[in-house]
Design a binder for this molecule. Sequence first.
Ligand code: HDE
Length: 703
Amino acid sequence: MPSVPFVGGDTAKQRDLASDSQEAGSALTTNQGLKVSDDQNSLRAGPRGPTLMEDFHLREKITHFDHERIPERVVHARGAAAHGIFQVYEPLTDLTTAAPFQDPAKETPVFVRFSTVAGSRGSADTVRDVRGFAVKFYTEEGVWDLVGNNMPVFFIQDAVKFPDLIHAVKPEPHNEIPQAQSAHDTFWDFVSLTPESAHMLMWVMSDRAIPRSYATMEGFGVHTFRLVNAEGKARFVKFHWKPLKGIFSQVWDEAQKTAGKDPDFHRRDLFDAIERGDFPQWELGLQVIEEEDEFKYGVDILDPTKIIPEEMVPVRRVGLMTLTANPGNFFAETEQVAFHVGHVVPGIDFTNDPLLQGRLFSYLDTQLRRVGPNFAELPINRPLQRVDNNQRDGMGRRQINRGRVAYFPNGLAHGCPMHSPEAADAFRSYAEKVDGAKIRVRSDSFGDHFSQATLFWNSMAGWEKDHIVAAFSFELNQCTDVVVRQRVMDAILSNIALELAQGVAARTGIPLPEARVHPAAAGRPNADLPDAGLRVGRSPALSMDRVAEDIRGRKVAVLVDKGVSAEQLTIIQETLMDEEAIVEVVAPTAGTVQGGDGVLVPVTRAAPNAPSVVYDAVMVPGGADTSALQASGLIRHFLNEAFLHGKPIAAIGTGEQVLAAANLPTALKEEGVITGETLEDTLTLFVEAMRRHRFPQRNVAPV
Ligand code: HDE
C-alpha cells in the first residue's frame, strides 16, 4: 500500500515524518500484508460453536490492542503538542555557536509539548498546576531540547528531593485521591517542611497556574544555562518565552467548572487555533549574564528557586517561534516525543545548578523506561541528521547497521565512524574548572527562601493579591490535618508577607503565629518595609495586570432567541470577526431561531452544550422581542456566571432587558458591562473591554 504525503504543514521535520505517515488504503490486511476477507466474525466451529485458536487474524488484532499503551509519563502525563518553526531576529554569533541563532533567514523546525504536571493522561486541562513548556529544536547540528515550564522557578533546590515532591503532590497512595490537585494534606505537609518552596508556592497559587490558553502563557528554561561562542567564551543565560498574545488566565471558579464542562479546553484551544490559521507565537528572550557578574545580583544564579528580576537584567528578545501545524497522530508524535534536558547542541551548555544536574540523569532514564532503548529512532524524536555510532540492537531497533564493525578503535572500517576533534560544529563540553571536596551540603548562598516570595507578592496588583489569598485559602481549607494547616501559616505564609498571612487567616480560621518562625526568614531585610530595595521590592514584570494588544482568538457568545435582530447580529459577527475573535451564536435550543426581521438565524451551539466558562465575553443583541431569552433559566445562569467570572458583557437595546431579567446590575454601570450605547459604540467599547480580558474586582469571592 503506498504511503501518502504527511498533511498539515511543511517544516523540514514534518517532511521527515512523511516517510512514516500513512492514511487508510483500500484493502484491509493483517500485519503480514495478507488481505482479510472478514474482519467482523471470528473463526469458529459452527455458527454457535467455540472460537478456534487457529484464528490468527483475531489473535493478532486482539493482542496488538492489548499492547497499545505505553507507560504514561510519571509527571507531565497530560499534554498537547504542535509543530512549528523558530527564527532568530539577528545573528547571535557574539554569544553562541548554537545553530538556531546564526542566521535570520533560517527556519529551525520545532515540536512543542505543553502539559500539566500532576494529573494522569486523562485528567482535565484547567487544573491548578504548573504547565510544562517543552521545545524540541531540530537543528542542523542535532536535536536541542529546551524543557521548560510556565513558571521561572521550582519547588526544590536539589534533584534528590524530586521523588518526594512528586509523591506528595500526586494522589495519595492509599486511595488514589485527589486527581490532578495540590489541595490535599500530603502536598502541604511536604512543602510546609520545605521552606525553599515558598517562592514557587506564590507562583502556583497565583493565576499563572490556571492559564486561559497555552498561547497566553510565558515559558521559562528555569535553570541558568551557558551560551558559548566560537572563541570558547561562555556567558550565563536564562531562557524566556514571551507570548505575543500576552499573559492571561482564567479565574479559579471558572477553571474548576471548565475542568468538568470541557476537560480538553486547552488542548482544543491549541488545536482549533492552529486549524483556523491563528498560529500561536512566542518571542524567545535571553537574560545574559557575564561570568564576572555571577555574584552581582544578590542571588545565586545556580539556585532554581530564584529569578533574576527583569528590571535588573533585561530580557533581550532574540527570535520568534510560531506553531503552524497540528500533529497528524497524537500517539506517534505527542505521546512518543521524548524530551531530555541533556539534548544540547554546540554553543549551549549546562551549569552546576543541582536540580539541572539531576534532570540530566532523569530524562534519559525515563525515556528508556517509557519509550524504550531505541526511542531516539522514532520518527518524532530522530534528528534531521544521519546518526552514526557503534550503539547497536535493543527492542524495536529500526536501523540496519551493515558491516562487521561495531566498535572503536577499528581498522577494518578505516576508523569509522570517526571522531571530529577539529570540526567547529562538534560538541565539546565547556571546560569549566571544577575543584571541590565530596560533601553533601547546600551552599549558604541558597539559604534565603523568602525574599523572592515577598518580591512576588509585592509585585502583584490588588486583584492578583486577592486571588492568591483565595487560592491559598481554598487549598488549606481542603486540608484536614490541623498541624499541616498551622505549619503552612507559621513556617511559610507569615514569613512572606503579613498581609498575605492575615488574608489567609481570615478565610481559613488558621490562627496567625506570634512572630515569623522560620530561621531562614531571620536576618533578611524586612519585607514589610518600603526601603528594602529590589531584593524584596517590586518587579512589575511579574504582574499579569495587563491589557492585550488585540482580541485574536478570544471567544464571544452572542445570546439569541426568537425575535432577535438578524441585522444587528450580522454587524456584531462581522465586526468581531474582523478583529479575528471567534463568534458563536448561542440559543436555548439548537437549529435556527426566527429573527424579529423575518430572517432565520443559524445557532452555533445550544445553551446546554455551551457553558459560559468556555467563552471570554458575552453579547446580547436587541430585537423586536427578547422575552423568550429572558424566560430561559439557562441564559440567565449563563449571564450570571459570566458576570461573576469578570467577563465583558454587552447588551444592545432590548437586549438590556435580558440582563435585567438575569438580575445583573446594569444600572450600576459596572465596569466591563456595556449598556445604553449605540450598536457602533457598544462594539467599540466591547472590543476595548475584551482587550482587558477580565474585570477581576467582580470575581473576588466574599470572605
Ligand atoms: Fe521534569 N521530568 N523533572 N521538570 N519535566 C519529566 O520526563 C524531573 C523539572 C519538565 O512534554 C519526566 O519525559 C526531575 C523542572 C517538562 O514530555 C522526568 C526534576 C522543569 C516535562 C522528569 C524535574 C521540568 C518534564 C517525566 C527535578 C522546568 C514534560 C516524563 C530535578 C524547567 C516533557 C519525561 C514532555 C518531564 C524529571 C524538574 C520540566 C521524570 C528529576 C525544574 C516540561 O524525566
